[in-house]
Ligand binder design. Sequence first.
Ligand SMILES: [Zn+2]
Length: 146
Amino acid sequence: MIRYDIICEREHQFDGWFASSDGFDDQVAGNLVQCPVCGSHNVQKALMTPGVPAKANRSSEPVGALHAPLDPRARAMAEMIRKLRSHVEENADYVGDKFAESARRIHYGEEEQRGIYGEATIDEAKQLHDEGVEVLPLPRLPEDGN
Ligand SMILES: [Zn+2]
């Protein structure tokens, strides 16, 4: 399985797991990959932008939209998010797109109490919240996936 960072036409970033690079293309072609934020099917792999010095990019075009300005506070925040993510990834089970199902099962005691993380749509997350299931969105960082 390969994890890809994916970005939609409105620059929402999310990730997904695919059997292979072809698997990704197939799923996109079949409109099976959907932005969890805006529901768009117009998605592509988020390209990492390795080794492009910011100063070389003099044009005012917003090409660097993936780069957040890194003042010290933003950096501290990014560090915190990164720690939170790695903590979750170390201590919770990845359940992929079965997240809503598993979270509900655990909530209702049908499955052993444990930490899980995975993919859920906004609707699923809202529904879980309405049922009193605690769901914590994991913020993504632009530089994730390095
Ligand atoms: Zn989107």
